[in-house]
Design a binder for this molecule. Structure first.
Ligand SMILES: Cc1cc2nc3c(=O)[nH]c(=O)nc-3n(C[C@H](O)[C@H](O)[C@H](O)COP(=O)(O)O)c2cc1C
Length: 208
């Protein structure tokens, strides 16, 4: 698949079949992730792969409870309170696999490094016919002592990027992009602005 196609086709997928993703395929995604640049080439990422449905259910429930305690400080608290209190809302959308990128916790650039690795992973997944979604909802509880324990991570770790992976059941709707704010400095004339992609809508601008 051409890179530009993969970039356009990658969407946050929130509807998965229960078909498992093989360990070999997950390992290929991790290889793609590990080709990302990293500050001082530290490659500080640690990949934890969870495919046990009962553990994914537990992390989902515990994360929802944890976030509900602080929901008043979230943007759109009413919306998130309803969502998090809904017993049918699963933060991983019942995806068959979760890959958590974490760092040892003492590096300055761990978040940047993991975000770059995660984007490689998500683009490589598109190439394999897989869907992914970064689940920020999981970051809070996974960064508690209990969260570290369930993943077997050392206490000083920092969970940066929980990414669900699975075969999409339905294609997500296109999500519009804002026109990028660009400042051109220099003598180069700005090129004409490209047309927005066909079919783009406002979609889900804030996760559900
Ligand atoms: C840091 C970060 C955290 C996110 N957390 C969640 C999340 O917890 N749940 C969710 O459904 N989507 C989450 N998303 C996905 C975004 O909502 C999604 O990328 C955005 O709406 C744009 O849609 P697209 O990825 O399909 O282009 C997150 C994305 C990022 C980058």
């Amino acid at each position: 698949m051409e890179l530009r196609t993969a970039i356009r086709q990658r969407r946050a997928v929130r509807d998965y079949t229960q078909e498992p993703v093989s360990a070999a395929t997950l390992r290929e995604l991790i290889s793609a992730a590990s080709w990302a640049p990293s500050a001082m080439n530290e490659q500080p990422w640690h990949f934890t792969v969870v495919t046990e449905a009962a553990l994914l259910d537990e992390i989902s429930s515990r994360s929802k409870e944890w976030m509900l305690k602080g929901v008043a400080a979230m943007p759109r608290p009413g919306h998130f309170r309803d969502l998090l209190a809904d017993p049918d809302f699963h933060i991983f959308y019942h995806a068959p696999a979760l890959i958590v990128l974490s760092v040892p916790g003492d590096g300055q650039w761990g978040a940047e490094d993991c975000a770059l690795a995660a984007q490689n992973l998500m683009l490589a997944a598109v190439d394999q016919g897989l869907g992914t979604c970064w689940i920020g909802f999981a970051q809070g509880w996974l960064n508690t002592g209990e969260g570290h324990n369930v993943l077997g991570l050392p206490r000083q770790s920092r969970v940066v990027t929980p990414i669900i992976v699975g075969y999409p059941k339905t294609a997500p709707p296109p999500v519009a992009r804002k026109a990028p704010l660009i400042t051109w400095i220099g003598t180069m004339a700005a090129p004409p602005e490209p047309e927005p992609p066909p079919g783009a809508s406002n979609g889900t601008l804030i996760h559900p």
